[in-house]
Design a protein around this ligand. Structure first.
Ligand SMILES: Nc1ncnc2c1ncn2[C@@H]1O[C@H](COP(=O)(O)OP(=O)(O)O)[C@@H](O)[C@H]1O
Ligand SMILES: [Mg+2]
Length: 251
């Protein structure tokens, strides 16, 4: 008995170490990517600032004004990158709690509804028959699922049929959330969790390529798993798997 407890404790520690190592390597990868990402607008700001001074010296303030405008845009872009990172860091410290999955997904559907309508897409949410309670950070989990839904909506731009189907069910003692779409499918499935991998036009509020890489770390910190693949019949499907909280009292 003592031996078994000891083995279990060792296993738990090994798992904890693995999660920690994965978090650190994700962070390392991310900081490398972020330095690169911040460096580009920074170089451009220097260039436009030097240029603006030159134009001012030559009495061409209207051209200098254009340069200053570009500088403002770059600074805003840098601010967005840093904001994303700060949100990520803050949420790391938020406590986990027992959460009803359906309520979180309903919230997400509500948040995504306006965007879906604007894009001519329909969101179909099928609630589970029985409550599914998982241990996670509520805001973080909502962020993960919202990114999956907005990715699906983005992917279906230009497809005649635009439908996002969301389901949550119990499978092998775990809760599985599935987000399927009728878009063109994932171009490079092996790259989607890489920081800054995006096929969207850069400069936009979205299209930072951080959504899935951040989601990967978040889901892992809940002890779960996130996967994405192409469906046989076309379109993409993403799954988030989480451990269920089994409560004797609730049975
Ligand atoms: N439902 C989907 N269908 C097709 N491609 C997808 C889908 N979801 C994600 N992707 C691909 O994965 C990339 C990375 O997604 P993400 O990390 O959320 O960053 P972003 O949304 O900023 O591009 C997307 O740019 C897209 O190429
Ligand atoms: Mg995204």
């Amino acid at each position: 008995m003592a031996e078994r407890l000891e083995a279990e404790a060792r296993l738990k520690k090994a798992q904890g170490d693995l999660v920690q190592a994965a978090k650190l390597s994700a962070l390392g990868e991310m900081s490398a990517g972020i330095s690169h990402e911040l460096n580009q607008p920074l170089m451009a700001i220097r260039y436009f600032a030097d240029n603006a001074r030159g134009f001012l010296a030559r009495g061409r303030p209207e051209v200098a004004d254009g340069n200053l405008q570009r500088i403002g845009e770059m600074a805003r872009r840098m601010g967005r990158i840093i904001r994303n990172l700060r949100a990520f860091a803050r949420q790391e410290n938020e406590a986990l709690s027992d959460i009803g999955l359906a309520a979180v997904i309903e919230q997400v559907v509500e948040m995504a509804e306006v965007r879906a309508r604007a894009a001519g897409a329909t969101i179909l949410w099928t609630a589970p028959d029985a409550p599914l309670v998982v241990r996670a950070g509520e805001v973080r989990l909502a962020q993960v699922i919202l990114n999956l839904v907005t990715n699906a909506i983005d992917a279906m731009e230009g497809t005649p049929e635009r439908r996002v189907e969301i389901t949550a069910r119990r499978a092998d003692g775990r809760a599985v959330v599935e987000v399927r779409d009728t878009g063109p499918g994932i171009a490079e499935p092996e790259r989607i969790f890489d920081p800054f991998y995006t096929t969207k036009s850069v400069g936009g509020e979205e299209g930072m390529g951080l959504g899935l890489s951040i989601s990967y770390g978040l889901v892992q910190s809940f002890g779960g798993a996130i996967r994405g693949r192409n469906r046989d019949g076309g379109g993409a499907v993403f799954t988030v798997e989480l451990d269920l909280v089994e409560r004797a009292a609730a049975a």
